[in-house]
Design a protein around this ligand. Structure first.
Ligand code: URA
Length: 435
């Protein structure tokens, strides 16, 4: 069947629903280069304003999922559970999380992304470990999953090619923040991984794509529903992203902080989320309750098996494991600048969006698609919401290489902190859990 794209765009623009066949046709045609970018862009903008019904979203996600290969991990004799974050600042949770869960006997086929906008990416962080490769041979994927219990890789070329192309177009046409488009993008990729369960960290706040709890709840519910319609249990946890997670924002410094978590020496917020997420992933793999799941997670941390798993993973993926044993050896940029508190008081904001944007200006992320990431630059956040500071005390220490980039980063970062004259309290880290 052939349709007129102009007509389909017009119907969506006017608020009508399209049929599953029409939606599948759009995906197939676009993936086959038979529709021009301008027509798909117009369609995506119409979806952004008009949304999609549940039936439309199911058909659109299904068509994306089958636009390429899907993994077959049936030879792996363990439950396969992945985790995905909708993106944040200082969000390194996946890095300590995956080895903990793998050390508990669950397979984690983790496919992550690169930094997007002001948010950091797990792949960029892992690549700051010398030699670490995030492209592994598809033939060793299942074997490594069985043997070490985890892989940490980028999306393969053949998995959900429709998303790769549509995502790039959305990034360039202002059509990222749409619940149906985000949920179909994330869920089509995750469903293509042949999972037994998925944990979603849906970030809410200034540093997240979803700024309000209401929007994040809608996104989380939509993704839980898509999982249910594909017999894949999904747990979605809404977490605060008004301020960065942990102290480190960057790449190499986030690996250092991840290793600290595996050694039981990480910052409280990162450790709390990591333990909770790992426990939830064990529940998705069949553990009966959160308390027993947490006991297993703590044992994997205390016994050092989670740390050992990270060492083995690094070695298996070509990285030099001595940087996990001695993360202080990772190269950090040579110059430091201290951002000082302008007066005494209580920190009332430590804006994740401003710090994430400043991180990109410093070189920790990309302003353009093919920019190189500098693994050694970044922030060490010293004052978070609820803490007291005195005039001149460090709010953050910036590691930088280039004075011009530092000045550009500071223009944004300086406004990230507000200091109040009355006491403030830290925001709740976990806002809701949806199953
Ligand atoms: N992450 C994705 O994979 N897709 C989106 O649309 C947004 C975040």
């Amino acid at each position: 069947m052939t349709y007129s794209m102009v007509e389909l765009i017009g119907r969506k623009r006017d608020g009508e629903s399209l049929t599953p066949d029409e939606l599948a046709w759009i995906i197939t045609q676009y993936t086959a280069d038979a529709l021009p970018d301008y027509q798909l862009s117009a369609f995506l903008m119409a979806v952004l304003f008009r949304g999609m019904s549940r039936v439309e979203l199911a058909a659109w996600t299904e068509a994306m999922l089958h636009s390429g290969d899907v993994l077959d991990l049936s030879t792996v004799g363990k439950a396969k559970i992945d985790k995905h974050s909708t993106g944040g600042v200082g969000d390194k949770i996946s890095i300590p999380l995956a080895p903990i869960v793998a050390a508990c006997g669950v397979a984690v086929p983790m496919m992550s992304g690169r930094g997007l906008g002001h948010t950091g990416g797990t792949l960029d962080k892992l690549e700051s470990i010398p030699g670490f490769s995030v492209d592994i041979d598809p033939d060793v994927f299942a074997g490594q999953l069985e043997d070490i219990g985890m892989v940490m890789v980028g999306q393969t070329e053949s998995l959900v090619p429709a998303d790769r192309r549509i995502y790039a177009l959305r990034d360039a046409t202002g059509t990222v923040p749409s619940v149906p488009l985000i949920s179909s993008s994330i869920m089509s990729k995750k469903l293509a991984e042949d999972l037994d369960g998925l944990l979603l960290d849906v970030k809410v706040g200034s540093g997240a794509f979803m700024k309000t709890t209401a929007d994040a709840t809608e996104l989380a519910t939509t993704m839980v529903d898509i999982g249910a319609s594909h017999d894949t249990p999904v747990t979605a946890i809404l977490t605060n992203m008004d301020q960065p997670l942990g102290e480190a924002v960057g790449n190499a410094n986030e690996i250092q902080e991840s290793v600290a978590v595996l050694r039981g020496e990480g910052p409280d917020d990162v450790t709390e989320l990591t333990i909770r997420f790992a426990s939830e992933m064990l529940m998705l793999a069949g553990e009966s309750d959160l308390l027993s799941a947490q006991a297993r997670v703590e044992k994997a941390l205390d016994s050092g098996t989670a740390f050992e798993t990270m060492v083995r993973l690094t070695e298996a993926q070509g990285g030099d494991p001595s940087y996990i044993e001695h993360p202080e050896r990772l190269e950090i940029a040579p110059y430091e600048h201290v951002i000082e508190a302008p007066h005494d008081g209580w920190v009332s904001s430590c804006d994740a969006f401003a710090i994430g944007t400043a991180g990109v200006r410093l070189g920790a992320g990309r302003a353009r698609k093919d920019d190189m990431v500098d693994p050694g630059v970044g922030f060490s956040i010293k004052a978070k919401i609820g803490t007291t500071v005195t005039k001149g005390e460090p709010l953050a220490v910036v590691s930088y290489r280039d004075r011009g980039k530092l000045d550009s980063a500071l223009a944004t970062a300086r406004d990230a902190w507000s200091i109040s004259e009355v006491p403030t309290t830290p925001p709740d880290l976990i806002l809701a859990t949806l199953r």
